[in-house]
Design a protein around this ligand. Sequence first.
Ligand code: ADP
Length: 394
Amino acid sequence: MTGDILTLNAGSSSLKFAIFEAEQPDARPRISGKISGIGGAPVFSAKDAAGIALTSTQLAKLNPASSHEELIALLLDWVERHLGDRSLTMVGHRVVHGGRHFSQPVRLDDNVLRQLDELVPLAPLHQPHNLAAIRAVAKWLPDLPQIACFDTGFHRTQDPLATLFALPRALSDEGVIRYGFHGLSYDYIAGVLPDHIGAKAEGRVIVAHLGNGASMCAMQNRRSVATSMGFTALDGLMMGRRCGALDPGVVLYLLQSKGMDATQIEALLYQQSGLLGVSGISNDMRVLEDSDAQSARDAIDLYVYRAASTLAGLVPAIGGLDALVFTAGIGENSSHVRRAICDRLQWLGIGVDEAANDANEIRISSADSAIDVLVLPTDEEAVIAAACRTLMEP
Ligand code: ADP
């Protein structure tokens, strides 16, 4: 199959894209880029495979009601002009929620879209943007095949025990269960793990995806056994702006005693908490690491404490630990956060090589560490492109 694959990751404030050659499974994207600042003053930037900037353009403010349609039109037009003599053969989307039904990537049609619409209440801040991008592509290029790859899909291998809340069964039966997210990232790491640790990759591994959103996944045989995110992408680790695991009694208190409504509580838990809420300074780990403020240190300390506690809580699901992988923005770049998390886990047999950790090397465990500790860049777009190749008709 020849031609180009376009991957899209449509969020509320950014639209990330990459263009891959369909016939070159191991190649990096020919072009990658994003439109950031959606909702404010959007900026369109893109670079080629060598990292050379192709554009960085300030776009006009968009009509919020039609922003995805306008942005996708603009993006498709730009892509068309940069394909040269090649053409687009498929578009692959990152879609946050596939519910219980979609464990694998799926070819999109009206019927599938309807089913994905029904999952909007489970991911109200993410799913609508994903689906808007799909509909916009279908509007401008109705004959172009599109597929969806689900952030929940990787976790569908879990035993029901790991997915249940201790709630009345009727709620579990209607889908109030732990789904887990960041599946494309975990899928990528599971795919490359044998290149780095050989047969140990099939063992007991925890992957810490520490980006703006953050979660951990305990794997065995490179399949998800348990994960820290639950029914929504709010559970588990402390994140940039999200609170992570919270006593549900706090939500009741906010509702009943503080008189907050659902919209205000949603904003508090998703936008105003996490590193930003605790520091009062920023959701960006780099800013906090550079700050002398006590509140910045408090935020990082809490982030680390909660990460180590969550990791330790996942160990029983896999009965021990052979390898720990750090990935995503903070996991790949913050030697301080990695070292601090590992320091709290020494009792598990984790030892860190300071020099390797400071240099962001792939293997950062010390020679005497009982557990391999790795830093691996994730690549969700590569997973979407691979799914496109698999689902393309021969
Ligand atoms: P997203 O979930 O939006 O894809 P990323 O994976 O890009 O997010 O992660 C963003 C986070 O990574 C931010 O908190 C940012 O501060 C952090 N980060 C990026 N580079 C560094 C760095 N060099 N040191 C510390 N933190 C970093």
